[in-house]
Write a protein that binds this ligand. Structure first.
Ligand SMILES: Cc1cc2nc3c(=O)[nH]c(=O)nc-3n(C[C@H](O)[C@H](O)[C@H](O)COP(=O)(O)OP(=O)(O)OC[C@H]3O[C@@H](n4cnc5c(N)ncnc54)[C@H](O)[C@@H]3O)c2cc1C
Length: 453
């Protein structure tokens, strides 16, 4: 049995950088990936969705040409070409990773499904592709897959979901989306802008339900303006296939009919077949329990990325690599105590960091809240992107930001100013009193801070 210092199961956002870096620190490393390097983000998540959303935005802008004094009489969508562009970008990213890993000395890549298989003395046994390996330490980075709810009839439908949407190369003419969270909203707008009719079914009373109500309401208004229909507080009774139609029967209210069904009802951790029980790793509903150093309850077994509970983003999974590197090959000081930002890549985007207003109020702190309408920013008007707002929440006494929400064009970029401020633990006055370039959207970042006092 081959022995390794570290076995990494899952070539996701933490696993790959660890496979590059640990060998350089003298650790004999094996990375085991069952399908493609890059995991969800590269292969069907961030990379292709943002590529496809970019195509959809061009179509949207072309249709808005008259707003800018231009004439583009016909906007034709070549959906297969849009998907091909997204796939080509995926392949380019993945090939670069494969090349870099092949050039990394002292690391081995195995393409196979892996699982833990108990211990051999102090070492862990890992089974992969008919081979049993021994490892002193194991890092689990196996990510998540689409959760398909058990609705009556859904098993008889070829559903589209986050994991397979790149395989559908013809445009769904009438799309029904189940779910009103981030993936659902991004994909609903993508298909709508390329020409599908889109109905979104959500069980909650509002979309993007973890955000403040003003964010949900603004997103809903903007997406409805583009023709997306929302069915909120909806309960699906069953789904039927009727020749070429998919019919979604609701517990109350009229049924919905479409040609395709996109299910974006949450994510399920890929830990059910990982042999966790063979070494005694504790998981709750598939989420592996970890401490702030990403150690599981079993010394020598670590978990990273979406399966470790907490925020499920590429950038947090990637930061987990730094936390783990610090534990396995560094001074052990880095932990998951971190400011976590994220974005919803609808258009306009939502850039978020820290507490929502609701969370800040519920925390009982004394706070100040400021809101600034993007329509007041001159650059936003000049480039024809006046929708949205910025909301800041600061601790009243110290002036430190507790949270920021930016809803506007390029919000995922703009929110970084607030991320830096929070990481620096600096008061909002740093932004308020600085000189910003005119005309920029960044001036709106400053204008919002000005309203805090
Ligand atoms: C449609 C979509 C859009 C997204 N957009 C964004 C975005 O814009 N920004 C953002 O920050 N996040 C986004 N995410 C989330 C992001 O993709 C994940 O948070 C991130 O990929 C998590 O990384 P990970 O390392 O935990 O797992 P993953 O990237 O999923 O990697 C896990 C890997 O483990 C492999 N694996 C699983 N089980 C085994 C096994 N037993 N043996 C061997 N290999 C195994 C899998 O094949 C996979 O390659 C998106 C997700 C989706 C689905």
């Amino acid at each position: 049995m081959e022995h390794y210092d570290v076995a990494i199961i899952g070539g996701g956002q933490a696993g790959i950088p660890l496979a590059y870096e640990l060998p350089a620190a003298g650790k004999r490393t094996v990375l085991i990936e069952r399908k493609h390097l890059g995991g969800s983000c590269t292969n069907f998540g961030c990379t292709p969705t943002k590529s496809a959303i970019a195509s959809a935005r061009v179509a949207h802008l072309a249709r808005r040409a008259a707003d800018f004094g231009l004439r583009i009489p016909i906007v034709e969508v070549d959906f297969a070409a849009v998907i091909k562009r997204a796939r080509d970008i995926v392949h380019a990213h993945r090939s670069a990773m494969e090349r870099d890993l092949a050039e990394t000395k002292n690391t081995r890549l195995i393409i196979a499904q892996a699982r833990l298989d108990g211990r051999d003395g102090d070492r862990f046994r890992v089974v992969a592709g008919g081979e049993t390996l021994l490892a002193d330490q194991v890092i689990l980075d196996t990510g998540t897959r689409s959760f398909i709810p058990s609705i009556d009839g859904i098993d008889r439908i070829d559903v589209i979901h986050a994991g397979n949407w790149l395989e559908t190369t013809s445009l769904p003419s009438r799309l029904i989306v189940i779910g009103g969270g981030v993936i659902a909203l991004e994909m609903a707008q993508f298909y709508r802008r390329l020409g599908s009719t889109v109905d979104v079914i959500e069980t909650h009373a509002r979309i993007a339900a973890t955000e403040d109500e003003d964010v949900s309401a603004t997103l809903r208004e903007l997406l409805e303006r583009e023709g997306i229909a929302f069915h909120l507080q909806a309960k699906i009774e069953r789904i039927e296939k009727q020749s070429d139609e998919i019919v979604v029967r609701m517990a109350s209210g009229p049924s919905l009919a479409g040609t395709h069904l996109f299910v974006a009802a949450g994510r399920k951790p890929n830990t059910d077949d990982l042999g966790l029980e063979s070494v005694g790793v504790i998981a709750e509903r598939g989420i592996v329990n970890t401490d702030e150093r990403l150690s599981t309850n079993v010394r020598g077994i670590w978990a990273a990325g979406d399966i470790r509970g907490g925020p499920m983003f590429t950038h947090t999974a990637w930061d987990d690599y730094r936390v783990l590197y610090s534990q396995l090959a560094g001074d052990r000081s880095r932990t998951t105590e971190r400011v976590v930002p994220y974005a919803i890549f609808t258009d306009p985007e939502v850039g978020r960091v820290g507490m929502t207003e609701r969370e800040a109020r519920e925390s009982g702190r004394e706070i100040k809240v400021a809101r600034y309408e993007i329509a007041k920013n001159s650059k936003a008007v000049e480039i024809g992107e006046p929708d949205g707002f910025i909301k800041l929440i600061a601790e009243a006494a110290s002036g430190r930001l507790l949270g920021a929400t930016v809803v506007c064009h390029e919000a995922a970029e703009l929110v970084h100013v607030y991320i830096d401020l929070m990481n620096a633990r600096a008061p909002f006055t740093v932004i308020r009193d600085a000189v910003y370039i005119h005309p920029t959207l960044a001036e709106a970042v400053q204008s919002a801070a000005t309203r805090l006092g």
